[in-house]
Design a protein around this ligand. Structure first.
Ligand code: 3H9
Length: 698
């Protein structure tokens, strides 16, 4: 084997006859940080004219996964990626690239700037910049259309999807698919170039098949689909320049990229990218785990069936327990329907669905849980029932089995006390529909053993969910914060806004669905039952007139979508405001002597978000959530909070603690009981710290 020379810590070169090999080795994903960019230029210079063909490949688990996202938002360090790639394309000596794993973003752009691309079987390519609020800014919007045409390029750039090698080959984005180790393939492919068996070309000499109508229609489509987002529009603007000479098109792309880079959306989406990974990057998620070979689920209602579906989709056998045959049959029917839905949405094949269903064992006997590794209880939110179940589980389950409750509010420690093994008990709080929603709150009891907690995170990973650690309190992270800010909806409505105005204002802010529509979807009886419970337990000291309207609606039996009537009417397909709700609101206002005032959309959003941020700050302050980023991920993955805003506490930083304190103090003049400044926020306002600073402190 020929000698290799290190150019720097991440780039090395080797030569085999007329072939020069450039290896990028920058773990974990070979991102094009400054050292890679500079190293590539230095490597090209050092090779000079000593070779007749150059092949670039990567060490480690993947080809280049893109620009180094950690560098974004900081002062750019030269050389820039576009400059490096232009110099590679300009090379008089043919340069080829060999892709294994994934070539994403700047990684694919590097490959597109080389003169031929070889994918190793199983490789995927993609331009996921749009998912980070960006666009391919190193030639992707110009070079891909020249190779693969406009429709395919727009699809890849706007979806951010990963394209399998076979499809990339069909579309001309790669020139060959081979098998073998990256270095061996690089050498073989380079020798084929020398032998004239693999042709090379520069994309700048190609013209894109331009169609103004395709651009126009795509632009209209993205504006309709994502009215809040800036980067999809900029992506189309950049691609639209691919009919210009390459150099000019690259200038347009550069400007669009810079425009996106400066948006808060970019910062929010990148916070979400790292946040998704940060939540499980904690000591509690690591270390020894217990087996998860068979799971028991108690309760075949919506939650139990969703949890069962999720486990079956991940290939884990489930024993589903119900008390009566009718409930069991209903559970099995729901699971079958969920799995059929996954097939029709293209999430799984019909064969996999059949295999998943074969792993389901319905039973009426709790004793059948004797050999499972983990039990997830998903029955009514009644402490007495849960206590009884855990008492029984203690006598039935094998030693070392993990006993979990899917409770959304209740005290996991009280549940654990019903067993002789509180160290085996934890909360696993799924979100409905549990086979779709990605959030899993992993609730640590006072005595939960470290390996039980780590197994909770391992389960989240197997179910492809985002596991977030939470401590015990009423509602944990998400529902506790929700319980607080949802009162603001009620206040706004009683004080003068209509439920529809509140929903519309918040949907314009970016929520997928306004809170009253969410209530109708989830079932207004659920919130009602919870408010009743809280009243019984004396847990609602801040209520001014929180649930009055909602209670009256629920007491009429209008539970939302499932009864065809709630805040909205659902007879005509699209929800229409329920006129009878207006009457109820007027009645309650009159009883309480409230004179309605008017609110702008901005005021609605400010009050709603300030209430959410206040309780979120308290949740961080008292340690219910480990860090602000944990709260953010709970809201992105469990509550439909707009990803481009990064989460409530990332958004809070864009407002600033000082302004938030000012707002709370102003609102407190109307209702000092509800609006109270969290100590953490007051401290942050005084010393100028941000939630991002707290994330860094861990
Ligand atoms: C771009 O390219 C812009 C250009 O167009 C223009 C420039 C001018 N940078 O996901 P994993 C880290 S924008 C820095 O757990 P997997 C990640 O945080 C970029 N770090 O592994 C994690 O760190 P830790 C466009 C990155 O196997 C570790 O690597 N590219 C980057 O499940 C492992 O990651 C993208 O958007 C990065 N680019 O998935 C691709 N990527 O261990 C983003 C990852 O400390 N990346 N890290 O938690 C991915 O989609 C996945 O990471 C990938 C691997 C599929 C590659």
């Amino acid at each position: 084997m020929a000698e290799t020379t290190s150019i720097n810590d991440v780039i090395s070169i080797g030569q085999e006859g007329d072939v020069a090999l450039i290896c990028i080795d920058n773990p974990p994903v070979n991102a094009t940080g400054q050292a890679v960019r500079q190293g590539l230029l230095d490597a090209m210079a050092q090779i000079g004219t000593s070779a007749k063909v150059i092949a670039i490949y990567c060490a480690g688990r993947t080809f280049v996964a893109g620009a180094d996202i950690k560098e974004f938002g900081k002062t750019p360090l030269p050389p820039s990626l576009p400059d490096v790639l232009n110099q590679i394309e300009d090379s008089e000596i043919p340069v080829i690239s060999v892709i294994h794993g994934t070539a994403l973003g700047g990684g694919l752009e590097l490959a597109l700037a080389t003169h031929a691309r070889v994918a190793i079987e199983g490789a995927k390519i993609g331009l996921p910049e749009v998912l980070l609020g960006l666009l391919p800014g190193a030639g992707g919007t110009q070079r891909l259309p020249r190779l693969s045409g406009l429709p395919f390029s727009l699809d890849v750039i706007l979806s951010g999807r990963q394209v399998p090698a076979k499809e990339a080959l069909e579309k001309g984005a790669v020139d060959r698919v081979m098998s073998g180790e990256p270095r061996d393939v690089a050498l073989a492919a380079a020798q084929d170039v020398l032998a004239g068996k693999l042709s090379t070309r520069k994309t700048k000499n190609l013209t894109a098949d331009y169609d103004a109508k395709v651009i126009e229609e795509t632009l209209a489509g993205v504006k309709k689909k994502n009215p809040h987002l800036i980067s999809p529009v900029k992506c189309v603007e950049a691609v639209a320049a691919c009919n210009k000479p390459l150099e000019e098109g690259l200038k347009v792309e550069r400007q669009c990229f810079i425009d996106c880079m400066q948006t808060p959306q970019r910062a929010g989406l990148i916070h979400a990218f790292f946040g998704e990974r940060a939540v499980s990057n904690i000591p509690e998620a690591k270390g020894d785990t217990r087996p998860l070979d068979k799971i028991g689920v108690i309760g075949g209602g919506t939650m139990g069936s969703g949890i069962t579906t999720s486990c079956l989709m991940a290939g884990i056998p489930v024993r589903l327990i119900e008390v009566a045959q009718e409930g069991l049959d209903r559970g099995v029917a729901t699971i079958t329907k969920n799995l059929d839905g996954a097939v029709s949405r293209g999430k799984m094949s019909a064969e996999k669905r059949d295999a998943a269903l074969a792993m389901l064992e319905p039973s009426l006997a709790m004793e059948d849980l004797a050999d499972v590794d983990l039990v997830i209880e998903a029955v009514f939110e009644k402490m007495e029932i849960k206590k009884e179940i855990f008492g029984k589980l203690d006598t039935i389950c094998k030693k070392g089995a993990i006993l979990a409750s899917n409770t959304s509010y209740l005290d996991v420690n009280k549940i654990a006390e019903m067993t002789s093994r509180p160290e085996d008990v934890l909360g696993l709080h799924f979100f409905s529909p549990a086979h779709v929603m990605r959030l899993l709150e992993i609730v640590q009891g006072a005595k939960t053993a470290p390996d039980v907690l780590a197994t909770g995170f391992a389960l989240a990973k197997r179910l492809k969910k985002v596991g977030v650690l939470a401590q015990v309190c009423d509602g944990f992270i998400g529902n506790r914060i929700l319980g607080h800010y949802s009162k603001v909806n009620a206040f706004l409505v009683l004080d003068g806004a209509s439920p529809q105005q509140v929903d519309d204002a918040l949907e314009r802010f970016g929520l997928a669905m306004g809170p009253h529509k969410v209530g109708d979807l989830a079932g207004l009886d659920i919130g009602y039952m919870n408010r009743q419970r809280m009243k019984e337990e004396g847990l609602d000291p801040n209520a001014r007139y929180g649930g009055d309207v909602a209670d009256r609606i629920a007491e009429k039996g209008w539970y939302g979508r499932k009864t065809g009537k709630g805040y909205y009417l659902y007879d005509a397909g699209r929800p229409v405001p329920n006129p009878e709700v207006e009457t109820i609101i007027d009645e309650v206002r009159a009883e309480k002597g409230i004179t309605p005032q008017s609110f702008t959309d901005e005021e609605i959003v400010d009050r709603y978000m300030t209430a959410m941020i206040s309780e979120a700050a308290r949740v961080v302050e008292d340690g219910t959530a480990k860090r602000p980023v944990d709260v953010d991920m709970v809201f992105l993955f469990g509550y439909g909070f707009p990803r481009f805003r990064g989460g409530p506490l990332h958004y809070a930083d864009t407002i600033g603690a000082e302004e938030l304190v000012r707002r709370i103090e102003a609102y407190a003049k109307e209702d000092p009981n509800y609006w109270q400044v969290p100590e953490l926020l007051r401290k942050m306002a005084a010393d100028g710290t941000t939630f991002a600073d707290l994330n860094k402190e861990g």
